[in-house]
Write a protein of this length. Structure first.
Length: 421
């Protein structure tokens, strides 16, 4: 209704303009009045033709340089407009509609410097491009989408605007142009630092995920950070032109279970959660060759379970999950963790990545420790928000035999993460 009224008003305006000039020429007479009428007649005719010219039958396409990227990467976008009839157009404005998932940015490691700030990732994205197509039947626009945040992004539509020379007649149309973009979490190298034990205090030797039996060689693999220089297989390295390391029997003798806490809670830091996801992705990349069997569990709005046994399809599913996961769920993490403890086997290495600690979670982790060979906890939290209660619970976990890694801004801005095992 509103659109029909606007169309009728513009049509009435063009007729009124034509009638005004014609009446002036008829009643005034003379060369000047008729000269003005014939001078403005082409403009009035153009306005009338533009008014009835349909722009809704154009073809608008969006081409992305990549459809799968890593968070903080850049990609180029090309927009192509084409039409059948080359009606002269003075200008054309194309505006991109960005979804809410792209109204923020990921500045790689530097984002962790603003870890304690609310809405530190927010960014208003506006892309408008102007061209002067005239008689062109096909023309393109290009722009760069930078600092793409982690997530699943659905680009939806374009708004196309055009009009006459003086702005009396304006036309616009929204073209649905769906495009899909998936941004995986960033990954970085992780070095496991062996925990030094004091035998004078009666502490027993802790299990080290990097421990190896150097007597029995079972194969070779690519070099990874933390490998010793003496483990390099020089013959295979020369043949493959990449540094290869010997793989020992004990290297694949441990079973590891990695648990991600994706439960939302009040005053949750968005960047801290991004750090949890990035750390999880990095741990999976680092540890998948160090365990004979590895299991990943995500506990949040949905519960996911992925047993990894060198299955590339499972790796893709995990990457897709880590790209989409957001904090959610109503049940406390401690209760979900207790449900998992009942089903896990004895004697594995448990790793838990979380953004908060409470007494119920501490007690659940102590129960997990009784069924595990080793438990390693990664707490990601801004340094300004680590309270005395947090320090007390960290100490309680450490006394109980868990290895606790507290990762704040200082550690997360580094290219390589060093954690204790």
């Amino acid at each position: 209704m509103k659109r029909s009224f606007s169309m009728g008003f513009k049509f009435f305006f063009v007729l009124l303009l034509f009638g005004t000039f014609f009446a002036y020429a008829m009643f005034q007479g003379g060369f000047v009045s008729w000269f003005l009428f014939y001078s403005f007649l082409p403009i009035i005719v153009y306005m009338f033709l533009l008014l009835i010219y349909p722009i809704s039958n154009w073809t608008v396409k969006r081409r992305l340089s990549k459809h799968i990227i890593q968070a903080s990467d850049h990609l180029s976008v090309e927009v192509e407009l084409s039409r059948r009839f080359a009606f002269p157009l003075y200008y054309c404005i194309v505006e991109e509609y960005f979804p809410a998932s792209l109204q923020k940015e990921d500045t790689s490691r530097s984002k962790f410097q603003r870890m304690s700030k609310t809405d530190a990732l927010a960014k208003r994205r506006v892309v408008k491009r102007v061209s002067f197509p005239w008689f062109k039947r096909k023309w393109t626009y290009r722009y760069t989408l930078d600092n793409v945040p982690r997530g699943e992004h659905h680009l939806g539509a374009f708004r196309v605007k055009t009009g006459d020379f003086f702005g009396f007649i304006k036309k616009e149309y929204v073209y649905p142009t769906p495009s899909y973009l998936l941004a995986y979490p960033s990954e970085r190298d992780i070095v496991f630092r062996e925990k030094v034990n004091s035998f004078e205090e009666g502490a027993s030797a802790s299990y080290n995920v990097n421990a190896k039996n150097t007597n029995v060689v079972t194969g070779v693999r690519e070099y990874m950070p933390g490998d010793r220089f003496s483990w390099i297989d020089w013959k295979t390295t020369a043949r493959k032109d990449t540094v290869m390391t010997k793989e020992f029997e004990q290297e694949k003798s441990s079973n590891i279970m990695l648990i991600l806490d994706a439960i939302s809670f009040p005053a949750q830091d968005q960047i801290a959660f991004e750090g949890s996801v990035e750390l999880t992705a990095s741990l999976l990349k680092t540890l998948k060759r160090k365990a004979s069997q590895m299991t990943f569990i995500g506990l949040g709005e949905e519960r996911v379970f992925f047993p990894l046994q060198e299955d590339p399809a499972k790796n893709v599913l995990i990457q897709n999950y880590l790209a989409r996961v957001q904090p959610g769920g109503n049940m406390p993490f401690s209760r979900l963790l207790d449900q998992e403890i009942r089903n896990i086997p004895q004697g594995l290495i448990a790793m838990v990545v979380t953004n908060q600690l409470d007494q119920a979670t501490i007690e659940a982790m102590e129960r997990l420790k009784r069924k595990s060979k080793k438990i390693i906890v990664f707490l990601i939290k801004p340094s300004a928000k680590i309270t005395e209660e947090d320090k007390r619970m960290i100490h309680q976990l450490s006394v109980g035999g868990a290895s606790v890694n507290v990762l704040t801004e200082e550690q997360l801005v580094q290219q390589k993460l060093e954690v204790s095992s």
